[in-house]
Design a binder for this molecule. Sequence first.
Ligand code: SAM
Length: 275
Amino acid sequence: MKIEALLTEGRRLLQRQGTFSVALDVRLLLQAAAGLSHEEIIAHPAQDISREAESIFYASIARRSAHEPVSRILGRREFYGREYTITPDVLDPRPDTEVVVELALTHVKHGRFVDLGTGSGAIAITLCGEADQLIGIATDVSAAALQVARTNAQRLGVSDRLSFHKNTWFVGLTGAFDLIISNPPYIATHETLSPDVANYDPHIALFAGEDGLLAYREIARQASAHLSGHGVVIVEIGAGQITAVKSLFESHGLKLFDQAMDLAGHARALAFKNP
Ligand SMILES: C[S@@+](CC[C@H](N)C(=O)[O-])C[C@H]1O[C@@H](n2cnc3c(N)ncnc32)[C@H](O)[C@@H]1O
């Protein structure tokens, strides 16, 4: 079949499922199946695609119809200009998290950091990639997630400044940090999520107790003991969590001194330090 016909058929199949961003999804899946660039797809709509590529494409469309995100089907996601391998063991890093990294880089450009709950390694690897005087530890309670982060760090050329540590939050970490950063799980267990999140992101990366604040409680309780004198704590928060998270950290002696909004205008990243 020709490129043009496959694009039309792919769109028709996805539209039936009420998928958003149909045209983009179909193009990306066809590019990946056929090993073609965006330019090649546009320039040669009448080009025939091999039978093998065609069946990979239809298999991908079937997965997308079942609400699997394109990044999961492709096994990769771009974050802050770098491409990350993702597997079912890690959260698919979200564009909103780039705001968290951005806020960190405005305050800390050198020294020692820890990324608590690193997942694919997106935050820790971006920090090392953007600031060559930062050295860090990426932690996670999931050994499988840490393995993905380690592989990403090697491929993206920062493994000489990033080490990996498997444990819960601060357990086993020693020495003071100039930056403690985390995008912890922050969804309340009763919340209903869309199938593309609920069925594909690991639940350990999403849910944090009945009020969604379980991880913040742990991090807030221990953060100041691990912070250097001028150190900064930066956490990602969910929409509407600013008041609760601010008071949690303040109850442990830290002061909110900066924040950043996400693309939808919600406070997404909070920065705390010692008063
Ligand atoms: C929301 S995901 C964030 C992943 C990645 N940092 C990102 O922003 O894409 C939260 C991560 O915290 C990890 N996690 C959950 N509970 C943890 C715990 N008790 N201690 C350490 N990490 C934990 C999960 O395995 C997951 O990788």
